[in-house]
Design a protein. Structure first.
Length: 294
């Protein structure tokens, strides 16, 4: 999913060298800037999404000053000691730059909702709201350098490479630990009825987990765990059981060969049908037909 960063700024004194280099990943945008600075450069920035401003290097006697308010004194940013700023959505930031000839920096904007869905858990709202300005972290800087190199690469690697680096960087910045496994509750009665009715009505074709989750208003992971909590079976196993019930009905009602029944009930071939039937029922389909017809 292409995520377009939403940012307003009023800047002066910057001249971009080589143009903006930008890469989109799923819910994340990375911008690499090389800029030359006039004797004074700076401006005001505010974005509708959280972002990271990472100073990769700078040239000159001065240092950029990062300020929370226009009239504030600000603190100096240094590419070796305090290169990283995490700026929450909607936070105003000012920057004054004196006696700096050039700056190279990486901006990473992200959609918190998309990143949360990708990780399968809610991002800590407090961490998202709290700014972290002018800090150093060796691991984050190592990832930032790799991301910058990938953004600058005229022949980029597979999207999963840059995407994985950017996602790892956000996990590190937001200090997301491994979540304990959550015990899922069972489906509500109406959800279970809707899901099982749909499976039984469509059991002869491939049913995607996404379809069942959508019917119940749950994520795919949540639905899968809750369905098993309700029935003791995974959705796929419930579908296999529904197919076998249809096969039993056909075995009783007509003399079709097993190859035809296998094809009509969604199994790959006679051997697959017999193997699955025996695993679930305990005997082969032909033996079951003889017993129950007699």
């Amino acid at each position: 999913m292409t995520f377009q960063p939403r940012m307003n700024n009023q800047i002066e004194g910057f001249s971009v060298v080589g143009g903006l280099r930008r890469r989109y990943w799923n819910g994340i945008t990375a911008d690499l800037w090389d800029v030359e600075c006039a004797s004074y450069a700076g401006g005001h920035y505010v974005a509708r999404d959280p972002r990271l401003f990472i100073l990769l290097n700078h040239r000159g006697r001065g240092r950029p000053a990062v300020k929370r308010s226009q009239d504030g004194q600000g603190e100096l940013q240094d590419s070796r000691q305090s290169p990283i700023c995490y700026i929450p959505a909607g936070m105003d930031l000012w920057m004054d730059i004196h006696e700096v000839q050039s700056v190279r920096h990486l901006d990473i904007h992200f959609d918190a909702d998309i990143v949360s869905r990708r990780l399968g858990e809610e991002l800590d709202p407090q961490r998202l709201r709290d700014p972290r300005l002018l800090f150093f972290d060796q691991g984050i800087m190592a990832l930032a350098e790799l991301i910058a190199a990938e953004v600058a690469n005229p022949d980029p690697l597979h999207d999963l490479y840059g995407d994985g680096l950017a996602l790892a960087l956000l996990i590190d910045v937001l200090k997301m630990g491994k979540s304990p496994a959550r015990k899922r509750s069972a489906l509500a009665p109406w959800q279970l009825r809707r899901a099982t009715a749909f499976i039984e009505a469509n059991c002869l074709r491939t049913i995607r987990l996404e379809e069942l989750a959508s019917l119940t208003g749950l994520s795919q992971s949540h639905f899968s765990h809750s369905f098993k909590a309700s029935t003791g079976l995974a959705p796929h196993d419930w579908q296999i059981r529904a197919r076998l019930e249809k096969a039993k009905d056909m075995l009783l009602r007509n003399d079709q060969p097993l190859t035809a029944i296998a094809a009509d009930t969604g199994f790959a071939d006679h051997a697959h049908f017999s193997r699955v039937f025996r695993r679930h029922v305990g005997i082969t389909p032909s033996r079951w037909r003889v017993i129950h017809r007699s």
